[in-house]
Design a protein around this ligand. Structure first.
Ligand code: ADP
Length: 297
């Protein structure tokens, strides 16, 4: 546990939460230990990950960058329980989450938000957000609606609860999805390039809202991106993966204070960190290109 004193945490753990958001997390530490992943070991034999190890403390925001095809989504899918690993293990708060002896299994403590979006188009915003906790019997419909309204208003979406996803901009849709993920009070939020296709203005507004939710909930965040500025601006640590088979080649601790401000993008230390990452990622992108991977970072 990295960020708060034990007494602060105790004060911040009333249950259920009062403001519709979870209290700052006291758990959600991920240990990824020498993970290997081979797709189709008997056939095409694509080695996506090899001896990939990283530690993410509870409540830490970690961004993963690296060339396309280096294994970022593979790692996320294994953490999410969508796919199995070939070697190594992943622990959540010290308990086995994925091992070579267990079948992949998604769970409520890890939720994923993807780039392409996954809202039910035939349901309204409020129906989308409340669907999970109501269907799982975790909350009554009235309680879920109240929670959803509080959370939506925190990210500027108070007036669109009766809209359908098709009536919303991509930025609004992604905010709704993140709220839908957080209402289930997971330990870990897994984000796979959620803002990739957005224009600059929408992206920067989305950053602000995500940071607001991060600061309010203190969830562990595992965030995949190609955008190095985005990675530095949002994260506590940026980890660079090697070209396939992927493992963590470099970890950059982002020393910028929170709350993050856009003026920080022009600060000399920000520019220095970006230059450092550009060098590390470029080196891997060149290797990926030489190895015939499909796309550069
Ligand atoms: P990234 O997210 O970094 O772009 P991925 O994790 O999607 O990379 O993919 C890593 C490597 O594994 C790539 O070479 C990709 O083509 C390969 N791969 C991903 N999924 C499969 C699969 N189901 N079967 C075979 N190869 C796969």
């Amino acid at each position: 546990m990295s960020k708060m004193s034990a007494s602060n945490l105790k004060l911040l753990q009333p249950s259920p939460p009062q403001d519709g958001l979870a209290c700052r997390a006291t758990d959600g530490a991920l240990s990824i230990k020498t993970v290997g992943k081979i797709y189709d070991p008997e056939g095409v034999h694509v080695e996506a990950l090899r001896d990939c190890s990283l530690e993410i403390a509870a409540g830490e925001f970690v961004a993963i960058v690296g060339p396309s095809g280096c294994g970022k989504s593979t790692l996320l899918n294994i953490i999410a329980g969508f796919d199995n690993l070939t070697s190594g293990e992943i622990l959540l708060d010290g308990c086995p989450l994925a091992t070579t002896n267990t079948s992949p299994s998604p769970g409520p403590e890890r939720v994923v938000v993807f780039q392409q979006g996954a809202l039910f188009p035939w349901k309204t915003v409020i129906e989308n957000v409340t669907y999970g906790p109501v269907v799982q019997g975790v909350m009554s419909r009235a309680e879920a609606i109240q929670r959803a309204r509080e959370m939506l208003s925190r990210v500027g979406l108070k007036d669109i609860e009766s809209s359908y996803p098709g009536q919303l901009s991509s930025g609004m849709q992604r905010r709704v999805e993140i709220i839908r993920a957080l209402i289930n009070n997971p330990k870990v939020l897994l984000l796979d390039e959620p803002f990739r296709a957005m224009d600059t203005v929408t992206k920067s507004a989305s950053h602000q809202y995500l940071l607001e939710l991060y600061s309010a909930t203190g969830k562990t965040i595992f965030f995949i991106t190609h955008d190095l500025e985005e990675a530095i601006f949002l994260a506590d640590k940026v980890m660079v993966m090697t070209t396939r088979p992927g493992y963590i080649k470099k970890t950059l601790a982002v020393k910028l204070p929170r709350p993050r401000q856009y003026a920080m993008l022009a600060a000399p230390e920000f520019i220095a960190m970006k230059a450092d990452l550009v060098g590390a990622v470029h080196e891997e992108a060149v290797k990926a290109f030489e190895a015939g991977e499909r796309e550069m970072a």
